[in-house]
Write a protein that binds this ligand. Structure first.
Ligand code: 0CN
Ligand code: SF4
Length: 324
């Protein structure tokens, strides 16, 4: 039998492409836990299990859980009576569990323990009589959840250094600041610096509220971006921590693109590109990283290097109600 004709790929060697893969990248302990909570809730209570808001900001994760029996809604009033509901990793205002209790709904809270820690700090500062300045992005579910831990008027949101300049508080007023967990480490340092300058007595958290996963992923991008012609960040447009990774690369002067899946890569992006930096936000599965590497390997001869900025071994316990 004659040998088949060689494919075009075999007749010409593909040009090389160096891939600098960031570590850590992808799933954090809070995301792992939140996904496991939904899976275990479906096993324990049976489908459907409702989930208030995307459990984490990733379409692939949401679709996979939907196939297993999860139903995603935005608000509790979309959950029928008598059906279990999980609250997303980003946290919820106090009114949400209160309403669930009033309706006698069985609920499981998948709020990341590091977000819950900020919630408790907010309560404590209010008990001490301080007004809270919260640094975060307006409209993000974590911001809505954290601001909803206190009464309206007890917490003021600032997004920028300019917002700090506009604050109308007296220098002597008792104030504290807290932050969203997924902010830019560099921007937050500037905003906190501006707060401390205007309000020298302002109290801050003992350890910063930006979580370990957010800061480690940003640190890793800082290591790969300077040596890359293009940085690809796998993550969703509504994923705060993923958007911050794009910004970190761009601020180092490297073109950066946020992609949800490999099929969003435009081959024209690779023109004149010899090195690509690759990372994934805290809600993006490793499977999608491999999918991107495989896609790039269709066009180029890929050489992979992992660049590690930190080691992670954080694991969070599941809620007790799902342990048995
Ligand atoms: O992308 P995520 O679901 O959420 P944000 O980065 O938008 O906050 O990642 C998990 C983080 C949390 C909570
Ligand atoms: Fe928790 Fe940080 Fe992960 Fe958000 S990004 S779920 S705060 S560990």
């Amino acid at each position: 039998m004659n040998a088949p004709f060689p494919s075009p790929d075999e007749t010409q060697t593909k040009p090389g492409l160096r891939l600098l893969i960031a570590a850590p990248r992808g799933f954090c302990a809070g995301v792992d836990r939140a996904i496991e909570i939904v899976e275990r809730a479906i096993e324990k209570y049976g489908a459907p299990v409702y989930v208030r808001h995307e459990i984490v900001h990733n379409r692939y994760v949401v679709e996979s859980l939907r196939e297993k029996g999860a139903v995603f809604v935005e608000e509790l009033d979309e959950v029928p009576d008598g059906v279990p509901v999980v609250f997303s990793a980003h946290g919820v205002p106090k009114s949400v569990p209160a309403e669930a209790q009033a309706r006698e709904l069985l609920y499981v809270d998948a709020t990341c323990p590091l977000v819950s820690k900020v919630h408790r700090q907010a309560e404590r500062q209010i008990e001490k009589g301080r007004h809270i300045i919260f640094v975060g992005h307006a409209g993000h579910p974590e911001v809505i959840g954290t601001m909803g831990q206190v009464e309206p008027g007890q917490m003021t949101l600032v997004e920028t250094v300019e917002d700090v300049a506009k604050l109308a508080f007296d220098t002597e007023e008792p104030l504290a600041y807290l932050t969203q967990t997924t902010l830019s480490v560099d921007d937050t340092a500037e905003i906190v610096g501006a707060l401390e300058e205007r309000f020298p007595h302002i109290r801050g958290p003992k350890a910063e509220d930006i979580c370990y996963a957010t800061s480690n992923r940003q640190a890793a991008v800082k290591q790969i971006a300077p040596g890359a012609d293009l940085v690809l960040v796998i993550g969703a447009p509504n994923s705060s921590n993923s958007l911050r990774l794009v910004e970190v690369a761009e601020r180092l002067g490297t073109v950066a693109k946020l992609i949800q899946r490999a099929d969003e890569i435009d081959p024209a992006w690779l023109d004149g590109v010899g090195t690509i930096g690759l990372t994934a936000g805290a809600s993006a599965p490793e499977k999608l990283v491999r999918e991107v590497v495989d896609k790039l390997a269709e066009w180029r001869t890929v050489e992979e290097d992992t660049i590690a900025a930190a080691e992670e071994n954080m694991v969070f316990k599941l809620p007790r109600q799902l342990m048995d």
